[in-house]
Design a protein around this ligand. Structure first.
Ligand SMILES: [Fe+2]
Length: 181
């Protein structure tokens, strides 16, 4: 599947524009992380772009989240098992094992924390520093739904929280316009 095909699929299936932006943010972060683990940025990006494909239809049945996406992708002939497993792992349908799986798992809530931090920053994303994000991370009442525990799993990638935030933040800054931030 090409990036273009995946994006088309995402736009067909996800009506909420903020959710489409979330998928783009996770894609950018995954692409940026891939080379550190000898991964292919195209494949890591696809995992990020496609990870929440069924989000809207499974929002009332979270036990099906990711399972629907994987089934659908398989039906389309998509057979990149590592990507399918990463999609399952981000929704806790599988224990993360590979770097791609851990990365998707930990990146997902971090992009949410960064979006929330950017929205309340006077210069939005462009003015946000790694330090700002780390301070927001420590503020437990800020963007509560962004699980700090899951973000901290970046340790499974051998990365400190600071390094991890740095890579994800700069990847998101690179698509600031698409994110509208
Ligand atoms: Fe997500």
């Amino acid at each position: 599947m090409t990036r273009e095909e995946a994006l088309k699929l995402v736009k067909q299936r996800i009506r909420n524009r903020n959710l489409v932006k979330h998928c783009l943010a996770v894609e950018a972060a995954m692409r940026a992380l891939a080379p550190r683990f000898g991964g292919d940025p195209e494949r890591w990006g696809l995992a990020g772009l496609l990870h929440d494909l069924d989000y809207e239809e499974t929002k009332d049945t979270p036990e099906k989240h990711a399972l629907v996406t994987v089934e659908e992708l398989r039906k389309m002939g998509f057979d990149d098992e590592e990507i399918l497993n990463a999609i399952l792992a981000h929704a806790e349908k599988k224990e993360p094992e590979t770097p791609m799986e851990w990365a998707l798992h930990a990146v997902d809530p971090l992009t949410g924390l960064i979006v929330a931090a950017a929205l309340v920053h006077p210069e939005k994303l462009s003015g946000l520093s790694t330090r700002n994000v780390l301070n927001r991370y420590k503020e437990k009442s800020f963007a509560r739904s962004a699980s700090r525990e899951t973000i901290a799993k970046c340790e499974k990638l051998g990365m400190t929280l600071e390094e991890f935030v740095d890579v994800v933040l700069s990847a998101m800054k690179g698509i600031r316009e698409e994110l509208g931030l």
